[in-house]
Design a protein around this ligand. Structure first.
Ligand code: FCB
Length: 469
């Protein structure tokens, strides 16, 4: 072994059983939107509305995973992944969002999970990654409390059908995005700009989480949050207040509810609105015990209470309002770090910070990093993609995971976002996050250098694990 390999190994050796995964979501990869009885989702509607998605892109075909799942599972096996996080398309299971079940939808996920298990890959199933059945949006969407009850029924159905196939169920992917990008800024489906309804939606997403955890009974289940490290631009009172506000809406509104059964009082005060939609008993439901917390981490925000910065750090390329309900005056400033093709600042230290913070501030809970990754301008040349920036990104962030474990964080796995290039929401096919390059015309898959690097890290780790028998 060369010295460099030894150094890599020294920093990137993980405890036995650590999950090495990659993640995707249904709408971003499946395509086949009109097949086998699938209903319409809010993303089908949104992508067909002019001006909502860059270049008018949609995911009718996406990367055709619905038909190519076997090939894709084979790629995961080649990479040596031990876990795969994917989401179920609610309108495939319940075309109208409630009532009638579409058996063909459930059958697809049975075939997929069987395939994964044959390769020794643990299926991590996300119940909701943003593709709400349009029929439920037509009845008010997430601001309507009934949607949470429909979600619990849907969760119970999926759980019953797939509980013997799935390693871990998780409820709602990044409720912050669904609530605030979907109902306040309007940059995600359903594209509404109704700040008060965004807060209602956020509460009902939390409620949906709790109700579905209860509905699934004895099982391994987790909740998923997207956490940011947040720094005030200066130590002025206004900037510190801005940091408290953004941390409150982005992180604590969800973490406190799920982990402690309370909403942070300072955040409720910032909102300054009537909160009568939060009913007695809701928070006890939301606090339903979970087995694991899924943490998505991408970046750090540097925020200011003074005007002059940008309205949002991660704004879409399309026209949008502020997602920061009640704190619209906060501005986002350049933290002086290198950025990805999304303009997101790269900060491995932020990952250590959010993981150690959760371990410190909340009741003990095992965690995984359920998404982490970066878009760059990849070039496919002679059948290769030399994405050295992405290799560096993954290496830095895996090292951050190792540091967090050394600091006592019960971290049990890491999922790279994403397994393959795919439909990146408001950015359409304009941003590539994959370990695997996809030619969107031919659907040809090619391992990028980052995939080869990741598979080597996984192999080196597994070599030191005791073999089962
Ligand atoms: C996360 C989403 C995921 C993907 C990445 C880049 O917020 O959960 O679907 O878009 O960002």
């Amino acid at each position: 072994m060369t010295t460099q390999e030894e150094q890599t190994r020294a920093g990137l050796q993980f405890p036995t059983g650590f999950a090495f995964g990659a993640a995707t979501s249904a709408y971003q990869i499946e395509g086949a939107v009109a097949e086998d009885g699938r209903g319409i989702s809010i993303w089908d509607t949104f992508t067909k509305t002019p001006g909502r998605v860059l270049n008018g892109d949609h995911a009718d075909v996406a990367i055709d995973h619905y038909h190519r799942y076997r090939e894709d599972a084979q790629i995961m096996a080649e990479l040596g992944l031990t876990a795969y996080r994917f989401s179920v398309s609610w309108p495939r299971i319940q075309p109208d969002g409630s009532g009638k079940i579409n058996q063909k939808g459930l059958d697809f996920y049975k075939r997929l999970t069987d395939e994964l298990r044959q390769h020794g890959i643990d299926p991590w199933l996300t119940l909701y990654h943003w593709d709400l059945p349009q029929a439920l949006e037509d009845r008010g969407g997430w601001p309507n409390r009934d949607t949470a009850y429909c979600f619990a029924d849907y969760a119970a159905t999926v759980h019953e059908a797939l509980k013997d196939h799935v390693h871990t169920f998780s409820t709602v992917n990044e409720p912050w995005c669904t609530a605030f990008l979907g109902y306040a800024s309007g940059e995600h489906a359903p594209g509404r700009r109704e700040p008060e309804n965004a807060i209602r939606g956020a509460h009902h997403l939390n409620l949906a989480h709790g109700l579905s955890v209860q509905a699934m009974g004895a099982r391994r289940v987790g909740g998923c949050v997207n956490l940011y490290a947040i720094t005030p631009a200066t130590d002025s009172e206004a900037d510190q207040d801005a940091a408290r506000r953004i941390d409150g809406l982005q992180n604590r509104f969800f973490l406190d509810a799920l982990m402690t059964g309370r909403y942070p009082q300072d955040v409720l005060d910032d909102l300054g609105m009537d909160l009568d939609f939060i009913r007695d008993g809701d928070l006890a439901t939301i606090k339903a015990p979970i087995d694991v917390l899924l943490v998505n981490y991408y970046s750090r925000f540097t925020v200011s209470g003074a005007p002059g910065g940008r309205a949002s750090a991660a704004a879409a390329p399309t026209d949008s309002a502020s997602p920061w309900v009640g704190s619209e005056h906060v501005s986002f400033v350049d933290g002086g770090r290198p950025v990805t093709a999304m303009g997101w600042e790269i900060d491995r230290g932020g990952l250590v910070e959010v993981l150690t913070r959760v371990a410190r501030d909340y009741p003990a809970i095992p965690m995984v990093v359920s998404e982490n990754g970066a878009a760059f301008e990849d070039v496919l040349e002679h059948g290769r993609v030399h994405d050295s920036e992405r290799v560096a990104y993954f290496e830095d962030h895996l090292r951050a995971c190792r540091d967090a474990i050394d600091a006592g964080v019960p971290l049990e796995g890491y999922f790279a976002w994403s397994l393959m290039d795919n439909f990146e929401w408001a950015w359409g096919y304009g941003k590539r996050f994959g370990l695997v390059h996809v030619d969107f015309e031919s659907q040809r898959r090619v391992l990028k250098d980052s995939a080869i690097w990741y598979s080597e890290i996984i192999r080196q780790n597994r070599r030191h694990e005791p073999t089962d028998s």
